[in-house]
Design a protein around this ligand. Structure first.
Ligand SMILES: Cc1cc2nc3c(=O)[nH]c(=O)nc-3n(C[C@H](O)[C@H](O)[C@H](O)COP(=O)(O)OP(=O)(O)OC[C@H]3O[C@@H](n4cnc5c(N)ncnc54)[C@H](O)[C@@H]3O)c2cc1C
Length: 394
């Protein structure tokens, strides 16, 4: 059976579900297809919460996108009773020499964000749950906070369906055919036809794109997160911020204890490359799963160093230069691609979804996505060690 749509979105996770909603809201006949039933535990959006930082240590180019995303999250919050966002503030910290912390501060200043630069004494006095050594500094953003990622995707799904989008779940896309002005998408049970296509397959993008003659090494990695039994007086979300730490032992991120779940923490820079369909999803399967994050807590947050309440695994997906791809296919402007959202993509998903919708319908978007072109040199294998933005002091 062949059904004809304006747009098919392959991968209805973080980026795809948002794109589907914004397209359907504009009256586009939209079909979302996912291999699972989003939100789910098999991709990159599981684990309930995601930090939204506006002063991004990953590079200045991310700041305007984060601000647009935050506007859209606030607008989404106004449309639902689900909890989408809570403004906990976020503290980015590390040695004063950290390129990540410096980029966060400079980006914040460049875009006039409400940020405070804090010394170790300031931080230790303000949040007694943190023990920061002398010589480290913090960049505090009071307007940043925590997104409830599963609730966001659930809300986007509900709204998308309410304005006419269709969603096929548990339907892995097996094959895509691209013609001059249309596409055909095959699942095990159906074939669907559309004028335009968005590919947002997260950790599976490398495989999907390889089949469309794009050979960029978009590599998934196994990541772990855990919720620690912690002192709620020190770490609960009405006083303790989200945090991102670029410190000598590694890069870590974490969340205050929300609703008594305990402080949540993960490591940002130490995942092992994996195949997204076959990897060990059991937290604790490897010694470093717990050891890495406990080491950080014992140095910086001793009163959050209790038993682990819950541990989970998830996937980051990195391009060779660790920056996103948001662009059309080099050979087909009716095919848009969203890939390589690494360990900090979730916060942008509302803005990325909006941009994908504009790009595929109008051929351009009001947001500056020029740094995320698929044809940039730093994605090519011979340039893989180049860093595209000024970021990362490592
Ligand atoms: C542990 C962890 C912590 C993180 N913390 C943060 C954070 O604090 N802040 C932040 O901003 N970001 C964070 N991130 C990163 C963020 O979650 C990801 O960048 C983002 O979720 C990626 O979105 P995506 O749409 O690319 O992937 P996904 O959300 O995984 O969506 C991809 C979808 O494509 C579907 N799919 C794949 N192949 C097919 C196919 N063949 N057919 C049909 N469907 C298919 C999948 O089922 C999936 O639903 C974190 C990630 C992890 C793993």
């Amino acid at each position: 059976m062949t059904n004809k749509y304006d747009v098919i979105v392959v991968g209805a996770g973080s980026m795809g579900m948002a794109a589907g909603y914004y397209l359907a809201e504009q009256g586009k006949k939209t079909l979302l297809i996912d291999a699972f039933d989003p939100p789910h535990e098999n991709g990159s959006h599981s684990g309930d919460t995601r930090l939204i930082r506006h002063a991004c240590g990953e590079g200045y180019a991310y700041v305007p996108l984060a601000l647009r995303a935050q506007e859209l999250w606030h607008a989404l919050q106004a449309k639902t009773n689900e909890r989408i966002f809570t403004q906990t503030g976020v503290l980015t910290f590390g040695p004063a020499t950290s390129g990540f912390v410096q980029t966060a501060i400079e980006g914040g200043q460049k875009y006039g964000l409400n940020i405070e630069t804090l010394t170790a004494d300031d931080v230790n006095a303000r949040w007694p749950g943190i023990t920061m050594p002398q010589g480290e500094i913090g960049c505090y953003e009071p307007e940043a906070g925590v997104l409830f990622s599963s609730a966001c995707i659930r809300t986007l799904k509900r709204l998308a369906l309410s304005v006419g989008a269709e969603l096929k779940v548990n339907s892995p896309v097996m094959d895509i055919e691209i013609f001059d002005d249309s596409v055909k998408v095959h699942t095990p049970d159906d074939t669907f036809e559309a004028n335009k296509l968005i590919i947002s397959g997260g950790a599976w993008n490398k495989k999907l794109l390889n089949e469309l003659n794009i050979n960029i090494n978009i590599q998934p990695s196994r990541q772990t997160i855990a919720w620690f039994d912690s002192d709620d007086i020190l770490y609960k979300s009405d006083g303790f911020p989200g945090f991102f730490a670029d410190v000598p032992s590694g890069v870590y991120y974490g969340f205050p204890s929300i609703d008594g779940t305990g402080l949540k923490i993960g490591r940002y820079d130490n995942g092992d490359d994996i195949d997204p369909s076959y990897y060990n999803k059991t937290f604790g399967a490897y010694e470093k799963d717990e050891k890495d994050i406990r080491g950080f807590l014992s140095n910086y947050m001793q009163a959050a160093h209790g038993n682990i309440n819950v541990g989970k695994t998830c996937m980051f997906t990195n391009t060779p230069d660790e920056n996103f791809i948001i662009d059309t296919h080099p050979d087909y402007n009716h095919v848009a691609i969203a890939a390589g959202f690494s360990g900090h993509g979730y916060k942008f998903s509302s803005a990325v979804g909006e941009a994908l919708g504009e790009l595929i319908i109008h051929g351009e978007t009001t947001q500056d996505i020029s740094p995320f072109k698929i044809t940039r040199d730093s994605l090519q294998p011979e340039n893989k060690d180049e860093v595209y933005f000024k970021a990362r002091g490592k």
